[in-house]
Design a protein around this ligand. Sequence first.
Ligand code: BG6
Length: 374
Amino acid sequence: MGNYSPKTSSSPNERYVLGQTLELTLRLAPTATELQENEFVNPSTWLYIKLLEWELRHRHLPTATCIRGRALSVQQSIAQAMPFKQNNDDSVTLTHPSGSSAKVLLYGATVISWEVEGKERLFLSSKAKLDGTKAVRGGIPLVFPVFGKATEGPAAALPQHGFARTSTWELLGIKNDNDDVVAVQFGLEVENIDLEAQKQWPYKFGLIYTVELGKDTLKNTMEIRNDADAEDFDFQILFHSYLAVGDVSDVEVKGLEKVDYRDKTQGGKVLTQAAESEARLDITSETDRLYVAPSGTSTTVLEKDQAVVEVQRQNLKDVVVWNPWEKAPQNMGDFGPEDGWKRMICVEAGSVAEWHKLKKGDSWTGSQVLKALL
Ligand SMILES: O=P(O)(O)OC[C@H]1O[C@@H](O)[C@H](O)[C@@H](O)[C@@H]1O
């Protein structure tokens, strides 16, 4: 059995080979990694097979035998039904059967768009650099292994928010274990980061980032491995989500009541969010707060009293709320349009108030789920 090209013409013989290859692949290699290791499957064929497999499963074709008879027509329809597409600009687009979509740049593995019911749910600055020269201003940049700028300790040499958002990630492929979502995985390890970052943070790590698109949800999961046989390391992690809003003056954030926070606009002063009666956090000026370990795992953004989006946390302790207001964006150089600050609020799920120690050989996983409510 040799390689085949999914673009070959439709002679009966090729039809048979296509069916046979699929049957063998589905049986022998149910996961992406196994497929890549399987010698007769080259990467483009592998991607094609995964897409085809997805298509077939969504059409509820029960067995590989069905595939033989249907493979060709599925092949023809796949261009329209494709759940996952690699674009020429080093990005991938995920499309859910419901019509929702997401776009992820390999640079920073930054999600730069999430659309539900035809409406964009993430803010992306009109001046954001998308060419790999600067962390993306908008979408969901990934903050790792340090949040902000460490003044001491092993991460002190790293730039603000670490290197994950400014490194080019590898596309690992589709993760295919849930019929309701389209999921794509990206990887970053020591070899993928530049030499300077390797010197600044000399640890043997591996990150697997999964982006799962549902009908009205976007789930971001980070698995962090310590691959070293000698050294433990400390990390912080955060999904720096820029949520799109109509006007931030109409926005309130719910779910942080009575929680202590460090107010970065007041030099890190520790304050406590008001209790239930004055429950919500209104955004009326520059806001940069680290809410430390709220007991609830859900934070909701409301606009004019209507819940717009919910941010759920799984194994992520803290929440950062950030809006730079009018002045600060003027010095950023990549924040646009001029009143762009009104159109966004960052509600960032992470573990950043403390350091998380990862022992050699161990791994850690945390997720956020963004749920569109309106
Ligand atoms: O400009 P950067 O590096 O992307 O950071 C943006 C903001 O990110 C937030 O998470 C921080 O709390 C802010 O202090 C910071 O200004």
